[in-house]
Ligand binder design. Structure first.
Ligand code: NI
Length: 136
């Protein structure tokens, strides 16, 4: 029997979506306003979902205060109020789309979780656009 526990988090960040091999017009056609050379910001909302057996000794899947700390140290401290293209190493040569950001977040949290726990990350770039990654 597996139960999923969830923790919500939030960060603000700026980015620009573009392919450096294309000219401005091609970039605008594909990425629209997100290709603005002067960058723009998003209020990212995050849901971190951890599934596992309920520990009979604690009644927990995992301690949610520990999960809160992992998210704070690994994600919020790393991404909040950053220009993703310029300040985040992984995006120096990788487009900081919601897809690529959610994979980065998943990898960083996965490294801090016990191996018997399953992880899924949901990232909202806007209230209506969101992506999910579970490590597949
Ligand atoms: Ni954008």
């Amino acid at each position: 029997m597996k139960v999923t526990v969830n923790r919500k988090a939030h960060f603000n960040a700026a980015h620009r979506l573009y392919n450096p091999a294309w000219n401005d017009e091609q970039n605008f056609t594909v990425f629209g306003k997100c290709s603005n050379p002067h960058y723009h910001g998003h209020n990212y909302e995050l849901i971190v979902s951890v599934a596992g057996e309920v520990d009979p000794e604690t009644g927990f899947v995992m301690n949610l205060d520990l999960l809160r700390k992992i998210i704070e140290e690994e994600i919020e401290d790393y991404l909040d109020h950053k220009n993703l293209n310029i300040e985040v190493e992984e995006f120096k040569n990788l487009n900081p789309t919601a897809e690529n950001i959610v994979v980065l977040i998943w990898n960083k949290i996965r490294n801090k979780l016990a191996s018997n726990l399953d992880l899924k990350v949901t990232l909202y770039e806007t209230p209506r656009n969101f992506v999910e990654y579970s490590g597949q």
